[in-house]
Design a protein around this ligand. Sequence first.
Ligand code: CP
Length: 305
Amino acid sequence: IKHLRSAADLDAATATLILDTAAEMAALSGREVKKLPALRGRTVVNLFYEDSTRTRISFEAAAKRLSADVINFSAKGSSVSKGESLKDTALTLQAMGADAVVIRHPASGAPHRLAEWVDGSVVNAGDGTHEHPTQALLDAYTMRSRLGRLDGLKVAIVGDVLHSRVARSNVLLLTTLGAQVTVVGPPTLIPLDTAAALAEKTQVSYDLDAVLPDSDVVMMLRVQTERMQDSYFPSAREYSRRYGLDMRRMRRLPEHAIVMHPGPMNRGMEIAPEVADSPRSTIVEQVANGVSVRMAVLYLLLGGK
Ligand code: CP
């Protein structure tokens, strides 16, 4: 494939190739090979119109570990503030010879538009409430490395499903790879049209306590208050009581089950601090795995040697 705009771009064989390549990248890094020459002479542009900590840093680290030249572009402080359009910004990057553009943008579909204007590969690093495919890949990688398989794995994705690009990409990727996904949350955050759209691929539940005992993985989502109107989210306390993962609720999980969160977290809202920091939590591991997975994506898209 040339671009990674959606988890739907990946069939099971391609997704598995990315996960296997990421495992090789991790093994090489573990053997103290800090830098590989695979993308020497290639240019990767990180084009970020929205804030990011994990994704931006790990794409930068991934490209540098593959010896690519990296240009970091943040909309803040650029000519975007003078009204420059995405298209004109894209043409500027094109003139600088970008082999890959990694884009985060508040508008759903921005990576698809960008791919029409640049010759290089486009990687979606999160577009609005639409998708975040490399997050889903690093999540799948983490599940596979912790639990040994994805096929038949029971995964509960919990919380603000409506606004979550992480949930959408995970549903697409995990079901492609044979996992059984249940999305869980309050009806206001899984409204009927969202539930209907998801129903083809997943189960939908509004009762977290009922779902936990039969889950191998519970993935807590950040409550995205910045994307909400009050009607979606009447009370943080009530949300936490019904859908927050605290120690008492975590004990309902089977012994082997893991707890995930893509970050950034609202500690004390969707996840209690003791749960986030517990041995079952893979949150820090997910961030570390993100570098290997993004190395694999850049390597495979750019045909690294
Ligand atoms: N998980 C994730 O996308 O985090 P950032 O917003 O910090 O990149």
